[in-house]
Design a protein around this ligand. Structure first.
Ligand code: ATP
Length: 493
């Protein structure tokens, strides 16, 4: 099946559900829009992806440390950061269907349609007009473009549109016991502000010198109006962010360095170079003097998986002004006091998760007992595979389960393993293929005689007979973190 279409996305969604990777939230109540739960295998894969990021960013860099700040923050935070006034999307409603859309997305889709239909010139012109309108915050122009290009509501089919309006994406709630005394607080729309507010705490207690970074993994919340494409655009999602503090004037060099470091990090996962590209922002956010997205080719096309921003001194300066506290750094090398500039790398964990599933899910035509068959394999890099090895007694008799459990008990301390004794061995192999387990270890009668087992390799389906004693070495060789991290260069930081 082609990995580039809507059907393939549907296959990913149903595979993720069938095997316990991702479930719709609150499914027994018919779900909650754009909110998802990670199941028993999804959480393992997600945790491995977090570990991969944390090791590459924090553990391997002497001058980067991690924090875990609270989701609730003082409401002034969001005033200072510009989110209360400016964290908006341009929305338009269709008066007949009462459905709400993002005006820029309706136009982006029209551009894609033009491209698909071979109308390259029209596509190019509309892209130019859209970029200009966004750059100028021109909501009237956005509506004109929607009308000019005859865009109709997919539900009602009519072109009966409201004006384009700005819609704030932050969720708010009340903190405090009584409604009169309660304070309006927000669920953070990005984890970055928790880092800025702790900039001095961390700098003073860690005694790090510029350049240095603070990293964080945590939940973020956005009231996305158009939530689509599975875990791509969720209302509750997880970010992995780094704020790297540098001397003013050096930020664009660091920005270029971080672009490369982050791209290399993605590519080590093995999806292939051609699956990634940089896309510069036409209009960097209000806080940035340069911004680029790393895009991955999902089944529905290239989309942002990570954003890299040169955030200047905007955030620290704003927080200094709103809090009245000095958020400066004294540079002993130059004898100067200044507000550091910041380069941010921000990756959506859920979008990364989807990128891994999109490249890993494979349908292979194979011969099975003289007949053509399809093998479903999740070709996940062994280091991040949820389960590293499945221990399978050939039968449930003759003491094979006991022997298998003996092996399992040895391995499970260091490796995430599964024990499975039901069904034929062939079906068990297939099940493990479908969840991406790199090794199936079969215990048979010969095992009882000579302490050897059969190891089946997921991708090649080749089998080899090795001694139980050498099993840990084999697993270590293929699943050690060095395999992923060896390409990551950190000595330039
Ligand atoms: P988009 O343009 O796609 O809405 P963004 O530019 O608003 O994304 P950023 O604010 O740069 O995104 O957030 C950093 C990262 O967080 C993104 O690269 C993306 O991976 C992730 N992210 C942002 N919004 C969502 C969401 N609604 N669901 C899942 N991940 C998200």
């Amino acid at each position: 099946m082609s990995k580039k279409n809507d059907d393939f996305l549907k296959s990913i969604i149903s595979h993720a559900k069938e095997y316990g990777f991702v479930f719709p939230s609150s499914e027994i109540y018919d779900g909650l829009g754009a909110v998802y739960d990670y199941g028993q295998l999804g959480v393992e894969l997600k945790n491995n992806l977090k570990t991969y990021w944390w090791k590459a960013m924090v553990q391997m860099n002497e001058n980067i440390v991690g924090i875990d700040s609270a989701i609730f923050m003082h409401p002034k935070t969001w005033k200072a950061s510009g989110h209360v006034d400016g964290f908006n999307d341009p929305m338009i409603d269709n008066k007949d269907s009462k459905k709400r859309y993002r005006a820029d997305q309706l136009l982006e889709e029209r551009i894609e349609r033009y491209e698909k239909d071979g109308k390259a010139e029209k596509a190019e012109q509309l892209q130019k007009d859209l970029d200009e309108a966004i750059l100028a915050d021109d909501l009237i122009k956005l509506k004109e473009l929607i009308e000019e290009h005859n865009i109709a509501c997919p539900i009602s089919g009519t072109r009966n549109w409201t004006d384009v309006r700005q819609f704030n994406l932050m969720f708010s709630t009340q903190m405090g016991a009584t409604s009169e005394g309660a304070e309006k607080v927000y669920l953070r729309p990005e984890s970055a502000q928790g880092i800025f507010l702790n900039f001095l705490n961390v700098q003073k207690t860690s005694r790090l010198k510029i350049p240095f970074g603070i990293a964080q993994i945590g939940k973020a919340f956005r009231n996305e109006v158009i939530a689509r494409q599975f875990v791509m655009r969720m209302r509750e999602f997880e970010q992995m962010e780094l704020q790297f503090f540098v001397q003013p004037g050096t930020e664009l060099d660091w920005y270029e360095k971080w672009k490369q470091i982050r791209l290399d990090w993605h590519m080590a996962l093995g999806a292939g170079k051609e699956k990634y590209r940089f896309e510069d922002h036409v209009k960097p956010a209000h806080y940035a003097n340069a911004a680029v997205d790393i895009e991955f080719e999902y089944p529905f096309g290239f989309r942002e998986v990570e954003g890299i921003h040169s955030r200047t001194d905007f955030d620290l300066k704003q927080h200094m002004e709103y809090s009245g506290k000095k958020l400066q750094y004294f540079d002993t090398a130059t004898n100067q006091r200044y507000i550091p500039y910041v380069v941010e790398t921000s990756i959506g964990l859920d979008r990364l998760f989807l990128s891994v599933l999109s490249h890993a899910l494979t349908y292979e035509e194979i011969e099975n007992g003289g007949k053509k068959d399809t093998r479903v394999v999740l070709k996940i890099h062994p280091v991040i595979a949820p389960i590293k090895a499945a221990i399978l007694p050939l039968t449930r008799k003759d003491g094979l389960p006991d022997k298998a459990r003996e092996i399992l008990n040895k391995l499970k301390v260091n490796y995430n393993t599964q024990y499975e004794e039901r069904d034929s061995i062939g079906r068990r192999y297939r099940r493990q293929d479908a969840i991406g387990t790199p090794f199936c270890i079969t215990v048979d009668h010969q095992t009882l005689e000579d302490d050897t087992i059969t190891v089946r390799h997921r991708d090649s389906m080749e089998q080899e007979r090795i001694s139980i004693d050498s099993l840990e070495d084999l697993l270590e060789k293929h699943t050690k973190w060095t395999n992923l991290l060896k390409e990551i260069k950190t000595d330039s930081l």
